[in-house]
Design a protein around this ligand. Structure first.
Ligand code: HEC
Length: 154
């Protein structure tokens, strides 16, 4: 029985490594990886798809948190992210810190599901990938999967 658990754990690790987002080549790639990879993995942050305005807000938020780059570098980061990770969402939601209202409006959870998710993360700590949220009792993971282009674990 224990062997089966080890195999499952190993498979989960392999899937995680293989599933890492790669950054398409293009102008601004190197600077984006450098500026946005300083605190959390750059690929993790770029798993979301946002409007240009959404990326602008994220970059401003990251600068307020301590991200460093000249105006020219940050402009290149904005161009790169808006060109390669473009979507309809105006903002991403970090599942580790999101308020209930955002879990409901952006992730599409019911009020009782967002309460269950918040109770779970309080007890078990932060998620590293969305897959970590798969087995939370009382949360329909399919909803999270459906909105994966606007949700992150950072
Ligand atoms: C100085 C450290 C630092 C750097 C550099 C940094 N981040 Fe972050 N980032 C954070 C922290 C801390 C959080 C979690 C904030 C929270 O959840 O309130 C975060 C969260 C995020 C989120 C989750 C959404 C959100 O609004 O909470 C995204 C997306 C993100 N970062 C993208 C980026 C991008 C793109 C860059 C490059 C421009 C970047 N980060 C550079 C520290 C950093």
């Amino acid at each position: 029985m224990r062997g089966a658990f080890v195999v499952v754990a190993l498979l989960a690790c392999a899937a995680r490594a293989a599933g890492q987002d790669s950054f398409p080549d293009g102008p601004g790639k190197d600077i984006t990886v450098r500026v946005c990879g300083a605190c959390h993995s750059a690929s993790r942050s770029a798993a979301v798809r946002l409007t240009r305005g959404g990326w602008q807000d994220v970059i401003a938020k990251m600068v307020s948190l301590g991200a460093k780059g000249s105006d020219t570098e940050l402009a290149a980061v904005l161009d790169y992210l808006s060109a390669n990770f473009k979507g309809d969402a105006p903002k991403p939601v970090n599942m580790n810190t999101a308020r209930a209202i955002d879990l409901e409006s952006v992730a599409g959870l019911l009020r009782k599901e967002s309460a269950a998710l918040i109770a779970y993360r309080t007890k078990h700590g932060p998620c590293k990938t969305l897959q970590d949220l798969k087995n939370i009792p009382g949360v329909d993971f399919r909803k999270i999967e459906r909105r994966r282009d606007r949700l992150v674990c950072i």
